[in-house]
Write a new protein. Structure first.
Length: 75
């Protein structure tokens, strides 16, 4: 198994959780969702995934410290 596989899997699992549950997302909620999906996530990597999801348009940053995002509704 390559090193990229777990990262891709974490990103896919977190994106699915965000799409499924919506609402407000921060590092702690994201870590919890990834642990629930069977991962052993790291804070730094999880924050990178959140930034990627925001850049993709799925999340919008609403607070800087602590960082908090909300799900963008795709109506």
């Amino acid at each position: 198994m390559t090193e990229a596989a777990p990262a891709t899997s974490q990103r896919a699992n977190l994106e699915q959780a965000v799409r499924t549950y919506g609402g407000s997302w921060d590092t702690e909620r994201s870590l919890r969702a990834l642990r629930d999906a069977g991962h052993d996530p790291q804070d730094k990597h999880t924050r990178r995934i959140l930034r990627d999801l925001a850049q993709k348009g799925l999340l919008t940053k609403v607070e800087d410290r602590p960082v908090r995002y909300i799900t963008v509704r795709a109506d």
